[in-house]
Design a protein around this ligand. Structure first.
Ligand code: HEC
Length: 166
């Protein structure tokens, strides 16, 4: 018996770190995740979701911002959360460290995002897109897009602002 177990041990160590950061997803989200065949593009796949489902409370309008969090600028989204010391909304490439991931997957009405009262529920596909994008490094809009669309935007500020004028 031992001779079967011992060869398994090193392979478990090799697999472990990668599996740690890919949490098990509910079946509907996992099915949508498996259907994704292209790398996520901020403007095409991500911005429409954040804009429809999150910006009402985490967008540019300061008066409506909840928890001091804005998700329309990458600097704020990658930075420490004003109301949750030590945590960040989006940790590029690290799902388990991204508060956004825990919030969108939660079933706890006190914790989940968007808030149940807002009736802005995310579909399984939208969750899968956000998850894949964070895993791939939460990459902002391509610079080419910025340059073509924003005359006044420097390369640096394009990255910081997800390429959004505000
Ligand atoms: C209708 C308003 C509303 C919408 C829409 C909304 N949120 Fe929130 N969000 C809140 C409120 C209120 C809080 C603060 C209370 C709390 O922490 O649960 C919050 C807190 C958060 C936090 C935690 C901040 C912290 O300091 O810990 C994250 C992360 C978050 N929202 C992400 C999202 C994401 C991602 C979306 C879109 C998918 C979203 N929210 C949509 C109202 C909203």
């Amino acid at each position: 018996m031992l001779k079967y177990i011992i060869p398994l041990v090193p392979s478990l160590f090799i697999l472990a770190p990668e599996q740690n950061d890919v949490p098990k997803l509910p079946a509907d989200v996992a099915a949508e995740y498996r259907k994704i065949s292209t790398p996520m593009d901020y403007n095409q796949h991500v911005k429409p979701i954040l804009s429809d489902k999150c910006f009402a409370c985490h967008g540019p309008d300061k008066a409506k911002q909840k928890a001091g969090l804005r998700l329309d600028q990458s600097a704020a989204a990658y930075g420490f959360l004003p109301e949750s010391p030590g945590k960040v909304a989006i940790a590029p490439g690290k799902l388990a460290k991204s508060e956004v991931f825990h919030r969108i997957m939660s079933t706890d009405p006190e914790y989940k995002m968007p808030t149940p009262q807002s009736h802005l529920d995310l579909s399984a596909k939208e969750k899968a897109y956000l998850i894949k994008w964070i895993e791939e490094g939460a990459i902002p809009a391509a610079l080419g897009f910025c340059e073509a669309n924003q005359k006044t935007c420097s390369v640096h500020s394009c990255i910081l602002e997800w390429c959004e004028p505000y």
